[in-house]
Design a protein around this ligand. Sequence first.
Ligand SMILES: Nc1nc2c(ncn2[C@@H]2O[C@H](COP(=O)(O)OP(=O)(O)OP(=O)(O)O)[C@@H](O)[C@H]2O)c(=O)[nH]1
Length: 201
Amino acid sequence: MISQTEITGLILAGGRAQRMGGIDKGLIPFHHRPLIESVIHRLRPQVGSILINANRNLEQYSTYGFPVISDDDLSFSGPLAGFAAGLKACPTEYVVTAPCDSPLLPTNLVELLVTKMTEGSFDLVYASSKDPAGKTWAQPVFCLMRVSLSKSLEEFISLGDLKIDRWFKELNSSTVVFDSESAFANINTPEELLTLEKASS
Ligand SMILES: Nc1nc2c(ncn2[C@@H]2O[C@H](COP(=O)(O)OP(=O)(O)OP(=O)(O)O)[C@@H](O)[C@H]2O)c(=O)[nH]1
């Protein structure tokens, strides 16, 4: 079994947040606190250590007391660039990723991903959610992986591909379907921010 101390939580806060008007999403107030604080609150008890991946406002992110790392290439190439930076900086054997804009993330995220990874000896396991109609949706930015995948990801990116699902398909990977869809609710726009604040008050 993989122990909690072997897992680093990588919080992805490196996006451009264009749909939010370009404001750094991790730092927008959600219930009067920067959004990233809700993610830290839910993820911290599930892992041995935390890394924050951000490309702006590094000083502000560093006030949480965790290492802050930026993408190698600041061209905002998408979450895989954040994965790559996190895998390189990760001090443990495993990393679990979570975006900074999903404040209700499952409190059993790591537990269920670890169980699946151990059962199938997978190198990467990502979350999926089920909507009320029973359809499943991949949630690829919630993902547990072996840090040894760093080289594979570097090679994949060097070929010019930035699509998460295409990288996953190259790997010994699997998914876990979580019952709760609402736990993966994410905030992309000011309207979604208000809606989720109301729904979670
Ligand atoms: N490191 C890094 N993370 C990114 C990048 N783009 C998106 N992300 C992260 O990936 C997750 C999902 O991002 P999106 O909401 O699709 O993109 P976004 O840039 O945050 O927002 P939009 O510009 O509105 O699409 C979030 O946690 C982002 O912080 C990037 O270029 N670098």
